[in-house]
Design a protein around this ligand. Structure first.
Ligand code: CRA
Length: 825
């Protein structure tokens, strides 16, 4: 037997022959198809299984090594994972993209079409969920043993369609055609209780103890997805929980003859992991959301305890084996659940249990926006999680005693720091719970972390200064450069003479020595132009809008929110339109203004912004007088897959939030990695990006966080800007004139009235500075050599913003965990 046919049998061979054979086998034995009758989806499934086969060997091997070596393990708890398509990234990380492409070609298959076929798991809203996905990939790449825990939502983030300019939401039935990347684990299944009451009882030592008698139970079943690192043998585990009815509960109903009741309870149980909640909703006081949070947290903590007992043994060493990172406050209940499990189920005393708990958790804060800070009503807690409420009270009692002792007589401080908000409806403050229950707390960019200490958690930072850290976010260059932008990646590899930059992104700096190389400049521009052509082709087909690849592609792609100020961008577009109409086009360059992003279904203002963009697009794109100068396009359904089309094609990246509001931003990093220049405020990670790439390679405008705050404290009067700036006034008046709404003068009033009268995110205050900055952008774009050099330097100096760097910082400063490289089996 030849060596390649041995590979065929073991399903692990990396040769072209092995890949071809396995692909055909999988097509036949899993999809039940011959090549001749296979649908595009069959072909994708066969390719996915062929790739997965190669992951499994590495995965089983990693799990075995971690188990026997008792490796310290990071558990990442996140309600969201915005994973994006797996196939292309797994091929890159296995190092077999080219071989797979050739294998496909020899079978007469279109490789790109197969990759395109994958429907992405959209189990997240935006930045926070995508960060979790980047971190999982970097944990594996950095060889840190890790488990990601979350929820296997049956419906992820809704699909966005645009109808008559409005956003329309469609359910995301991503599991419809099967998910080849997950492995169901019916035996890894935990009971989760809700409701009921607590009761006291005497244990076997005659001690009085408390226990919880839930009113109903459901089960959480594990679905595992392997996450491979780039160029390593390390594979970590993403374990997502699906809610199912618990058998015992059903039997009870059967016994009483209530068959339909039993079926109903099954349906009710399964709703818990049914759907992802969109964030930015004005009010998500939804009971189901709290049930979801407790559901995944309880399964995850029970799973960790099981793993610990199976491998290490005594629970006293739990915090040495595991460190648990809370991705925002959504999983903060884990603190209380671990206490409950240790006290009630495993018989530890309070001091032991609290010591373990406190040393187990770390918490990342992702926002300062007051409306996004989670609180839950005490009444709801009492009804759903009575035992947890008791425990929260006891944690709080002990904690507040400590505060009182430290700050004698400062009851106002005690009141602010309490886990329970009093006065009005009593509510549990999840952020305070997360801080009290963690050994480390971090923000996601330097400015944000400073503001966390100075404002949101000021009292806590005074009590425990050593607990507070910063870890600036990062993104994975494998997905956002290698997969999204193969042309640029090839050019970089050619120029540097190696591809080591993919694992060590700081090595992009080697590009700097070529910054004035005219040949490279020409290639650099050709790469950008080709990406713009691709996007233009896709846009034409998706929206019917024609974009000219020679124009400046000015892109804002992110969730729609007033603080992100898409309306500031629109005001600039309207200004350009008016200037061209008035014959003042001398300082402009032809631009394509491109938007992408979803609005939370219940966020009216955000949806109105989408409508306004499409309304302006309709007028501008149908006005031959301006068409040589500008186009406006809205790319529907911005998700990871569509993001990968946008980032490579952007010349200009819009990062224009009001300073102090965007905790970090990560889109800013993705654009810059692909050679887009940023126009932005001193907000979130923009500050550090600008420092890294050089102030001369960044278009800065707008108020600082401090100045914005000052102005709001002393009384911000937006109408004064409106009255005194005639261009601003005329732009807003043009919206109100009905030009963009077929004569309807009221349609956009909620937006324009809000700007003129309240303007909570100071759009009008930054309008003039933004326009001026956009003029310097246009001027720079008119000098292609200069622009290319700036673009090249952005890429050369963006290395810090790899999620590998972020993970190394967490590992060293927060988790105290070292890499654990896996040898090939
Ligand atoms: N909306 C922040 O707003 C940040 C990401 C990831 C966010 C972004 O600025 O880049 O987190 N916050 O850290 C959030 O989700 C609950 O708060 C986000 O994605």
């Amino acid at each position: 037997m030849s060596s390649s046919s041995t590979h065929e049998r073991t399903r692990t061979g990396m040769s072209k022959t092995a890949l071809k054979q396995d692909f055909l086998d999988n097509l036949f034995y899993i999809q039940g198809r011959f090549r001749e009758v296979a649908t595009p989806h069959d072909l994708y499934m066969a390719a996915a299984f062929t790739t997965r086969d190669r992951l499994l060997k590495r995965w089983v091997n990693s799990a075995q090594v971690f188990k026997t070596s008792h490796a310290r393990t990071v558990c990442y708890l996140s309600a969201e994972y915005l994973l994006g398509p797996h196939l292309a990234c797994n091929l890159v990380n296995l190092g077999i993209t080219d071989t797979a492409r050739q294998a496909g070609a020899e079978l007469g298959l279109n490789f790109d079409a197969i990759v395109e076929e994958e429907e992405e798991p959209g189990l997240g809203n935006g930045g926070l969920g995508r960060l979790a996905a980047c971190f999982m990939e970097s944990l594996s790449t950095c060889q840190v043993p890790a488990i990601g825990y979350g929820i296997r939502y049956e419906f992820g983030i809704f699909d966005q369609a645009i109808e008559d300019g409005w956003q329309v939401e469609k359910t995301d039935n991503w599991l419809r055609n099967g998910n080849p990347w997950e492995i169901p684990r019916p035996k890894i299944c935990f009971p989760v209780g809700y409701g009921g009451h607590t009761e006291s009882y005497r244990d076997e030592h005659g001690q009085m103890r408390l226990r919880w008698q839930p009113a109903f139970m459901i089960n959480g079943m594990a679905y595992d997805t392997p996450i491979l690192g780039y160029g390593t043998e390390n594979v970590n585990l993403l374990r997502l929980w699906k809610a199912e009815a618990s058998e015992s509960f059903n039997f009870q109903a059967f016994n009483t003859g209530d068959y339909y009741g039993a079926v109903y309870s099954k349906i009710e149980a399964e709703t818990i992991s049914k759907v992802l909640y969109p964030n930015d909703e004005p009010e998500i006081g939804k009971e189901l959301r709290l049930k979801q949070q407790y559901f995944f947290v309880s399964c995850s903590m029970q799973d960790m305890i099981r793993l610990h007992l199976n491998t290490v043994g005594p629970l006293e060493s739990f915090a040495e084996k595991f460190v648990v990172q809370l991705n925002d406050t959504h999983p903060a209940l884990a603190v209380v659940e671990l206490m409950r499990l240790l006290l009630d189920d495993h018989g530890l005393n309070w001091e032991q249990a609290w010591d373990i708990t406190r040393h187990t958790f770390c918490y990342t804060n992702h926002t300062l926006l007051p409306e996004a800070l989670e609180t839950w009503s005490v009444a709801l807690f009492e009804r759903l999680l009575p035992r947890h409420l008791d425990l929260i009270y006891e944690i709080n009692r002990r904690f507040l005693d400590e505060v009182r002792m430290r700050f004698l007589g400062d009851e106002a401080r005690v009141w602010r720091m309490s886990l329970i908000a009093e006065g009005g409806e009593r509510r549990v403050r999840m952020a305070n719970l997360a801080v009290v229950g963690s050994q480390a707390v971090n923000g996601v960019a330097e400015l944000h972390s400073a503001l966390v200490k100075a404002t949101l958690f000021k009292d806590f930072a005074e009590l425990w200064p050593e607990r507070f850290h910063n870890v600036t976010n990062g993104v994975t260059p494998r997905r956002f450069m290698v997969v999204a932008n193969p042309r640029l990646s090839r050019l970089i590899t050619q120029t540097c003479g190696h591809d080591a930059w993919i694992r060590d992104l700081e090595r992009l700096r080697e590009l700097e020595t070529h910054q004035d190389d005219a040949g490279l400049h020409a290639d650099w521009r050709a790469v950008k132009l080709a990406a713009k052509q691709d996007l233009a082709t896709w846009m034409q087909q998706a929206t019917g809008i024609h974009l000219d690849p020679a124009s400046l592609f000015d892109v804002q792609a992110k969730r729609f929110h007033e603080y992100k100020r898409q309306h500031l961008n629109i005001l600039h577009i309207i200004r350009c339109y008016q200037r061209i109409k008035q014959g003042e086009s001398q300082n402009l360059v032809p631009r394509a203004f491109i938007f992408g992003g979803k609005a939370a279904p219940g966020y009216f203002m955000a949806k109105l912004m989408i409508k306004l963009i499409n309304a302006v697009a309709e007028v501008v794109n149908n006005d031959p007088q301006v068409n040589g100068w500008m186009r406006v396009a809205f790319l529907p359904n911005f998700n990871v897959k569509n993001g990968q089309r946008l980032y490579p094609a952007a010349d200009l990246s819009e990062q224009i939030s009001l300073a102090g509001k965007e905790a970090s931003g990560t889109g800013n990093m993705k654009f810059s990695m692909n050679g887009a220049l940023t126009i932005g405020t001193l907000d979130g990670a923009n500050v550090e990006i600008r420092e890294a790439v050089g102030a001369e390679n960044f278009f800065l405008f707008g108020l600082t966080a401090e100045a914005a705050l000052q102005q709001q404290l002393t009384g911000y009067r937006p109408w004064e800007y409106y009255q005194s700036d005639i261009e601003l006034k005329s732009d807003i008046d043009l919206i109100n004139s009905g030009l963009f709404s077929h004569g309807d003068t009221q349609l956009f009033r909620p937006l324009t009235d809000n700007l003129v009268n309240h303007d909570p995110f100071m759009v009008l205050a930054d309008y003039r500075a933004y326009l001026e900055c956009q003029q310097t952008v246009s001027a720079a774009y008119q000098d292609p050599e200069r622009w290319t050099r700036m673009s090249l330097l952005n890429v050369a100096r963006i290395g810090r913003f790899s999620s590998d760097r972020a993970i190394r910082e967490y590992a060293e400063h927060i988790w105290k965990v070292t890499p654990n490289p896996i040898e090939a089996a």
